[in-house]
Design a binder for this molecule. Structure first.
Ligand code: HEM
Length: 528
């Protein structure tokens, strides 16, 4: 037999062996009587995303619409990974909340063995390690701690208003590129609240914090390449000893958190920020309740803020420097782009909806003393932000099954979800589905009015769902509300020639972007 023939036989055998593995899954999906997505269909979308032809929103929406008759749409990736797109909000709730013990983890991104820092952050941590960390960090984000941090965020918002006044004086008008200016505000906000120092990025784009942040939110193409190697060839990632976090970013967070903690401990310095709370967490002295700062949440309008889930863990965490660096880095990577995009879109919808803006201004003017409570009692502001979060939520959320699970539709179909399978929740598509939100493309904050909001909580998940929900939703909402309050106390948002007529997401491999920059004008209010 010639070498060529042997080679052909080996190839045929390999092909048959691999095909059998795929076929087993096809047969199983068919046995449920469900249509499913074949691996090559997924490859098509993957390449379109990589070639910047479509956005992740488009890809998930196509998948969602294609299987409109089904509660669950199974799919098989090119690597034979089983994925279940859960189209039905009731099943999503069942999986993410009631049966959470089977779906504790986000998908396999970076684990602790591959990258000791990124692998230790709350988002990537898994199983018991995640429980311990979530348990430790949750008290940082309760409303009493938010109230403690309100003062420093409020000062950052005042500084933003001063900056606008300076711009008005020097340039005669305030035309803002919302993306750039709100990213800088969010960096200032997070660095004051988390790291305890003023980064002053509004005025100084060369600030060290801003430079670090650019590396975090806009990873260079080498970073994207590393992530691809990680996803498709972990062995190569290990062999090349790659690290997701660049060394200078690591050193920056080490100096800003670990060294600062040591200094504060030695000198007995107190500042009402996250570093202080992390120090208390390390000492095991971080109580969820805080007698001096109690807040009656029931009196506040905070529709999107997460409910608190009790996450139990057997042991408490033994903190290392890398644990602190990982969380510090995560607060920036998870918190900046998200809250700045919300601010950007809030500014846009205010500028193009003057009637709604006037309603919020009436609420602003009725507040005599802008405390944490007063700002969180502004009902219409809360409804307005909730609607922005509905329209621009993330395309989907992921969970990985960590314990075999029987997904029961209640109509005779029971799907076997196996350890290692993924489930996906198509948040954006549900938020834009006529079935759950009538006239979904219409910007209508009144969906969230007391009379109408009844059912919405069942379909609405801008901050995720279940115990793995965004830990910092209260922080993010406070940041957005306090800035909008301060701006509207002095200025109005006005659409100008450069303001886009419609918002559309732009295909991108890194940060979220709109096809057109959102430019609006801030005009001083009469007599303010
Ligand atoms: C409006 C702004 C924000 C939005 C829309 C948002 C949204 C989300 C979503 C959708 C998730 C995944 C939840 C899930 O899987 O169910 C998440 C997780 C997370 N977010 Fe946010 N987020 C925002 C701001 C922030 C900020 C400011 C921080 C930190 C300061 C933060 C820290 C985190 C962390 C640590 C997780 C991981 C939680 C875990 O796995 O236990 N987020 N966020």
């Amino acid at each position: 037999m010639s070498i060529t023939l042997i080679f052909i036989w080996i190839l045929i055998f390999l092909f048959w062996f691999v095909y059998r593995k795929y076929k087993k899954n096809f047969d199983e999906f068919e046995s449920y009587g469900l249509k499913y997505m074949k691996p090559w269909e997924g490859v098509g979308s993957f390449f379109k995303i990589m070639l910047l032809k479509i956005t992740m929103f488009d890809a998930v929406e196509d998948f969602y619409r294609k299987f409109s008759g089904q509660k669950v749409a199974p799919a098989l990736s090119i690597l034979n990974q089983r994925v279940f797109l859960i189209r039905d909000p009731t099943i999503i709730k069942q999986i993410a909340i009631k049966d959470f013990d089977h779906f504790v983890n986000h998908d396999k991104t970076v684990d602790e063995n591959l990258d000791p820092v990124i692998g230790k952050n709350l988002f990537t941590l898994r199983d018991e390690s995640w429980r311990k960390m979530r348990n430790s960090l949750s008290p940082i984000f309760t409303s009493s701690k938010m109230k403690m941090m309100f003062g420093i965020l409020s000062e950052t918002a005042d500084d933003f208003v001063d900056f606008c006044n300076e711009k008005l004086e020097s340039e005669g008008k305030i035309e803002i590129d919302c993306k750039s200016i709100f990213v800088r505000f969010a960096v200032d906000g997070i660095s004051t609240a988390v790291l305890g120092f003023k980064a002053d990025c509004l005025r100084n784009e060369k600030s060290q914090v801003y430079e670090m942040v650019q590396k975090i939110i806009k990873p260079p193409s080498s970073g994207i390449f590393k992530i691809l190697i990680f996803v498709f060839a972990k062995w190569l990632y290990k062999l090349l000893k790659l690290k997701v976090l660049p060394p200078d970013v690591y050193e920056f967070f080490k100096a800003a958190i670990v060294n600062v903690m040591k200094e504060r401990e030695e000198k007995g310095i107190f500042r009402p920020d996250v570093i202080e709370l992390l120090m208390r967490a390390k000492r095991g002295q971080l109580a969820a309740a805080d007698k001096n700062n109690e807040v009656n949440e029931a009196e506040l309008s905070n529709f999107s803020a997460n409910p608190e889930y009790e996450v139990k863990s057997k042991n408490s965490i033994i903190w290392t420097d890398d644990h602190f660096i990982a969380q510090g880095h995560l607060f920036f990577s998870a918190g900046l782009a998200t809250s700045s995009v919300v601010l950007e879109t809030v500014a846009y919808y205010l500028a193009v909806n003057k009637n709604y803006q006037n309603e919020i201004i009436k609420e602003v003017d009725a507040v005599e003393n802008p405390t944490y409570e007063a700002i969180h009692k502004m009902k219409f502001l809360d409804m307005f932000i909730s609607e922005v979060l509905r329209l621009w939520a993330s395309p989907f959320l992921n969970r990985e099954c960590n314990k075999d699970y029987k997904m029961d539709f209640g109509d005779g179909i029971v799907i076997n979800v196996k350890n290692g399978d993924f489930v996906q929740f198509p948040v954006w598509s549900i938020h834009h589905d006529e079935k759950y939100f009538p006239n979904p493309e219409v910007f209508d904050p009144y969906r969230f009015s007391d009379e109408r909001k009844g059912e919405i909580l069942n379909y609405y998940m801008p901050f995720g769902i279940g115990p793995r929900i965004c830990i910092a939703s209260r922080f993010a909402l406070m940041e957005v509300k306090v800035l909008i309050f301060k701006i509207l106390s002095k200025f109005t948002f006005e659409a100008c020639e450069k303001t886009p007529k419609k918002l559309k997401a732009k295909p991108s491999l890194t940060e979220f972007q709109f096809t057109e920059d959102i430019i609006v004008e801030l005009k001083p209010r009469d007599g303010k």
